[in-house]
Ligand binder design. Structure first.
Ligand SMILES: *Cc1c(COP(=O)(O)O)cnc(C)c1O
Length: 439
């Protein structure tokens, strides 16, 4: 890496692999932001998901009570908030809520938004082209044997650290596609086993996520009937995630939560390659502009989005370039190089980032289980680093003062975005519950 880059104070600090808070100096007033993506793209995705709802109900009866919408609960977690205030001295005023994408239907993670959306988008493209449906039809016909036979000539491929593979694998197998998931070394064994049980071909790599993606992309490009779902560059995935924001607005209304100049909303989302937290953040900013403050959380050894944004190099820099390992217990966040597409969209939108040590993931996991009886996988628990430490770091305290929010914090709402956990098997949960790390 360029010596000038290595000498930037923020890079030196990241390279030390200690927990930190970073406030984005390029955050802009929302009115001054111009983006290559727009609200119209979110609405298009939302309509597509509505067209597919009858098909989703048919393939996944577990979604019937939400009418084929894949959506999760938003719940107050007051006991967890009281616990962190008491034990970690967080002094977090306002209300702490948990967005339980950990419990989403089908994939048990936030990937049920972007991943499944992109499989459906591709399915619609193929089906319209082949004249199997028109956009006015009831899409449940796509679950017929005749359609399944049609889709079985096509292959879907994806590179994954685990959850994206689960989401794409399960959804694609349901449509009838052949599926190949390219799994990085960090992927947990149970995720590979579960996929194979759905008839998915799992290719294992000893290298990290970026290599798995590169190989998957290459193999897919060599086959004209194969479609590669590209987590590093896909606008479709991103829009699937962004739809979450519009649904969240309805849920906040149901909880009597107002978001405006006097009632700020803080949202904390674990980040891997960036698609999921980036898509959600884009949607939230479109809805609430300057009144929503989005922070990402990443492991100290794999803060790829932070490094890309803080240097402005995006996908031209990796955590290994600054001497970090990229290794973490947060398998869903074990990414060494961020999405360049997402990083550039986030530049004027993201408020900042927190990095955290792996040991905290397991602490927060046990804390939530004990106080609220909700289980999350370790990666998802990174979300709590934000609310726990927002008022402990000088950087984030200065942010709150500079935005004129200090006196409004009693009326603030904080959302920890729980990104995964429901599918974790019982024996693995036990193992996690008993994991205590030194760092
Ligand atoms: C994938 C994932 C994330 C982060 O999403 P990216 O799109 O990779 O940034 C966070 N938490 C969990 C549990 C995940 O599986």
């Amino acid at each position: 890496m360029d010596k000038k880059i290595m000498e930037l104070p923020v890079v030196k600090k990241i390279a030390e692999a200690r927990d930190l808070a970073w406030v984005n100096p390029k955050l802009k007033p929302f009115a001054d932001v111009s983006l290559e993506v727009a609200m119209a793209d979110i609405e298009d995705a939302e309509k597509r998901l509505a067209r597919f709802a009858p098909f989703i109900v048919k393939c996944f009866p577990e979604t019937a009570d939400r009418g084929g919408l894949i959506e999760s609960a938003l719940t107050p977690v007051p006991k967890m908030q009281a616990y962190v205030n008491r034990v970690y001295g967080s002094a977090l005023p306002g209300r702490l809520l948990l967005k339980q994408d950990s419990h989403l239907a089908i994939a048990g993670s936030v990937k049920a938004r972007g991943g499944i959306y992109e499989v459906l988008k591709h399915t619609e493209d193929l089906a319209l082209e082949a004249g199997l449906i028109t956009m006015e039809d009831d899409y449940s016909v796509l679950a017929s044997d005749e359609c399944r036979t049609f889709f079985s000539q096509y292959t879907i491929q994806v590179g994954s650290t685990g959850n994206l593979g689960l989401s794409i694998g399960i959804a694609s197998a349901a449509v009838g596609y052949k599926v190949i998931v390219h799994m990085s070394a960090d992927a947990r064994q149970w995720k590979k086993d579960m996929l194979r049980s759905h008839g998915v071909k799992v290719v294992e790599y000893e290298s990290d996520y970026s290599e798995a993606v590169k190989n998957g992309r290459r193999q897919s490009d060599a086959d004209p009937k194969s479609y590669f779902i590209d987590d590093e560059n896909s606008k479709n995935l991103f829009m699937g995630y962004a739809v979450a924001a519009k649904r969240l607005r309805t849920q906040l209304t149901e909880l009597d939560v107002t978001v405006d100049g006097d009632h700020p909303l803080f949202v904390y989302i674990p980040c891997g390659v960036g698609g999921a937290p980036g898509g959600v953040t884009f949607g939230l900013k479109e809805l609430w502009g300057d009144n929503v403050h989005c922070f990402f959380a990443e492991p100290v050894q794999a803060p790829c989005m932070l490094l890309g944004m803080a240097t402005g190099l995006h996908n031209d820099i990796s955590v290994q370039d600054v001497g970090l390992t990229g290794l973490t217990h947060a398998d869903g966040l074990a990414v060494g190089r961020p999405s360049g597409f997402v990083g550039k969209v986030m530049e004027p939108l993201l408020s900042g980032e927190f990095t955290l040590e792996d040991k905290r993931l397991y602490e927060y996991m046990r804390n939530l289980l004990e106080t609220e009886d909700i289980f999350l996988e370790p990666s998802a628990c990174a979300a709590f680093e934000g609310p726990v430490r927002l008022l402990q770091y000088e950087e984030t305290k200065a942010y709150i003062k500079e935005k004129g929010l200090w006196d409004k914090m009693d009326d603030a709402v904080h959302i920890a975005w729980a990104t995964g956990g429901r599918l974790v098997p019982e024996d693995i949960r036990e193992e996690y519950k008993n994991t205590y790390l030194d760092q």
